[in-house]
Write a protein that binds this ligand. Sequence first.
Ligand SMILES: [Zn+2]
Length: 419
Amino acid sequence: MADSITLGKNSIGVGDRFAHQAAAQLRAFLIAADKGVIVVPVWNKSNREHNIIGSEPGSVRAAADRAVRAAAWDKPYHVDADHINFETVDRFLESSDFYTIDVADWIGKPADAAAIAGFVKRHAELAGELQIQGIEKAPQFDTPFVEKTAGKYLAAVKEAGQIYRKIEDRKGKGRFIPEVSMDETDNPQTPAELLVILAAIADEGIPIQTIAPKFTGRFNKGVDYQGDLPKFSQEFADDVAAIAFAVKKYNLPANLKLSVHSGSDKFSIYEPMREALRKFDAGVHLKTAGTTWLEELIGLAEAGGEGLGLAKEIYAQAYEQRDALCAPYAAVISIDAKKLPLPETVRGWSSEQYQNALRHVQTNAEFNSDLRQLLHVGFKVAAKLGAKYLQFLEQFAPTIGKNVTENLYDRHIKPVFIG
Ligand SMILES: [Zn+2]
C-alpha cells in the first residue's frame, strides 16, 4: 500500500488564476530550498474562482504537474480544492489531493440535543483543570462553556464529517489532506473554542491535517492585516498551543497545524507568526489568495508599451464595473471609492506610476491600496479578454515571472519561514 499523503511542516498555498505562473511560483520555493528551508507548494483555487474564470479543477493539476516536471522539483506539492462543500466537491475529486472542507455556513446551526449532551459527557476533561503547555492565558473551561461551544459548532463538524467521508469514499483513506475551514464567518474563534472544535473533529473521525479558524482582525484580500496586532499574536500562539495539546489528547494526526487564510500580503503578522512557530517548533500552512494575478498586471505595466496599455485598459474596465466586481467579495475587501483614480488619470500614467500604485510596497508614496483591492477582485475583466489576455501573459512572461517569484519569495516565504 502506498504511503499516506502527509502535508509537510512548512507549506504555502498559492493561487494562479490563469494557470500561467506555476513555474514562476515554484522558483520561489526553489530559492528557499537552496537556502535549506523546505516549503511545500500547494496550488489552490476555489470553486468560486473556477466559476468566475470558467476554468476546471483539472487545469490547476495540469499546470502544477508541468511546472514541477520542468523544474525537476523532487519534493512534495499538492493541489487544494479550496473552500469546497458537499455540493461543490464533486468536480475536484479527480484532480486534488488536498481538500479545504468549508463548513463556516454551518456554525450556529442547531445541533441535536442528544449529540450535545453526549459530547459534554464524553469530554469531561474539557470542563476540568486543563494543563495546556505554553498557553499564556489559561482559558476558562467549565460545563456551561463546553455545552455552549458544542451547541454552536457540532452541526458544522458533523457536516465536515459528511464531506470528508464523501471524499474518502472516492479517494481512499490517507490519499488526501483534509483541512477544515471556518474562516469565512463574522466572529473569530477563541483558542478555547478551537480546542472544543478539535475534540469534536476527532470524535467525528476526520484525520484533519490543517484547521483554518477565523482570527481576530480583518484579512482583506491582497492588503495588509488590519486589527489588534498584540491580540492576534496572543491568539495565534495560544491556537498553536491548543493544537499541540489536542494532537496528543485526541490522537489527531501529528502534523496537524494551523492554516492561515491570509488573503495574501499580511506583512505585519508574519513576524509574530514566525516567533510563535519557533517557540512551539510548529508548522503552518499559509494560504495566499490569487494575488499572483496582480503580479501579472505589474509585469505587464513594467513591460511598458502594449503591456502597459492592457494593464490600463483592465483598470478602466474594473473601475466601470466596480460594484458588480466587489459584490461577491464584500466581506473581505475594504475599498474607499473616493481614493480610486479615474481611468483617464491612469491612462496618463507612466510604467513606474502604475507599478508603484499597484506593487505592495507600503513605504512607496504612490502605493494605493484601494486600487490594489479593486484590481484584485477585477480578474473577471481579464478572464473576459480570454485568449488575448493569455497571449499577453506569454508575450511578457519573463517580466511577469520575475515579479511573481519576487513577491512570493521576498514578501511571503522569507518573512514567515526564514526571517
Ligand atoms: Zn478561506
